[in-house]
Design a protein around this ligand. Structure first.
Ligand SMILES: C[S@@+](CC[C@H](N)C(=O)[O-])C[C@H]1O[C@@H](n2cnc3c(N)ncnc32)[C@H](O)[C@@H]1O
Length: 277
């Protein structure tokens, strides 16, 4: 389990802060995930187009036939679920933050996708309300880093997947050892036991097979470079006033870019074996 201090923000506190709400809405169109750009890209706009490319990458990694049922664990405002539904999948979306569940519910309804996507408040640490072997696929888009107990979450995913079912995780894989980066992780509720390279080990421990990892670090760099550039001056001013900790997204954006290379962005794919075990 994560050793969260009592004053560390919860997931909900982090996402409902004014800074997070404004930042995600203005910069990322409320899709709370990176875009995917060709390596070497400098101009990141339009960001939304690159985010759709990232969603397409995830869809391709799932590689499931039309009408397959998938769980979107940590669905945010429902944009990824909507993309999957438009490709023909049926999606059950859960999220821990009530504000995001409300946004996702409204979005899915207004986009006319309610027949393909259902949305519910839920914590992927406790999926006891779902039956064994009930999903063809499960995915996370940039949320597993918040898990307090990653192995427990993977065990839950394993139980819910039918034999032969697919798990895809699009996540950061950190080795952020410096004090300031540890601070960023703590303030954004990402302080768990994950260490770079631990995904294969954890998935194997839980029983998953055929794990493949696609390194997309260079493909997400354009967004982090943008954060690093536009956040630099505000961050220095905040530091002069000793207020940088109150603006965790600015701090994260600038420090992640300045320390680029201390971690990866990866797409992890694994399957639940068809036979026993
Ligand atoms: C960076 S956002 C990504 C949202 C969405 N996947 C996307 O790409 O737009 C992370 C999301 O995970 C949710 N989350 C964090 N911990 C969770 C948990 N234990 N169970 C379910 N959702 C969780 C947060 O509320 C947030 O909506």
């Amino acid at each position: 389990m994560a050793s969260q201090g009592t004053n560390d923000p919860s997931v909900q506190e982090y996402y409902t802060s004014a800074e997070s709400r404004l930042g995600y809405a203005v910069l990322l169109g409320n899709a709370r995930h990176c875009g995917f750009w060709p390596k070497g890209t400098w101009w990141p706009f339009p960001i939304g187009r690159a985010q759709r490319v990232m969603e397409e990458k995830l869809y391709q990694r799932l590689d499931l036939p039309k009408d397959s049922l998938v769980l979107d664990a940590g669905a945010g405002s429902g944009l990824v679920a909507a993309y999957m539904a438009k490709q023909g999948l049926r999606v059950h979306a859960i999220d821990l933050t009530p504000l995001h569940v409300e946004q996702a519910t409204n979005n899915i309804e207004s986009w006319g996708l309610s027949d393909r996507v259902s949305v519910q408040l839920g914590d992927y640490h406790d999926l006891s309300g779902f039956e064994d072997d009930s999903f063809d696929g499960i995915y996370t888009m940039e949320t597993f880093v918040h898990a307090d107990d990653p192995v427990k979450v993977l065990r839950n995913f394993y139980r819910l997947l039918r034999p032969g079912g697919v798990l895809v995780l699009h996540e950061a894989d950190f080795h952020w050892d410096s004090e300031v980066l540890q601070e960023v992780l703590r303030l954004s509720h990402c302080q768990n036991t994950l260490k770079e390279g631990s995904y294969e080990e954890m998935l194997g421990e839980v029983g998953f097979g055929h794990t493949t990892i696609d390194d997309m670090t260079d493909n997400v760099l354009p967004l982090w470079r943008l954060f690093g550039i536009i956040g630099a001056v505000p961050y220095e001013i905040l530091k002069l006033c000793g207020q940088q900790h109150r603006f965790i997204n600015i701090m994260a954006g600038v420090e992640a870019y300045r320390n680029w290379g201390q971690g990866r962005y990866i797409s992890v794919r694994a399957t639940k074996p068809k036979g026993p075990g």
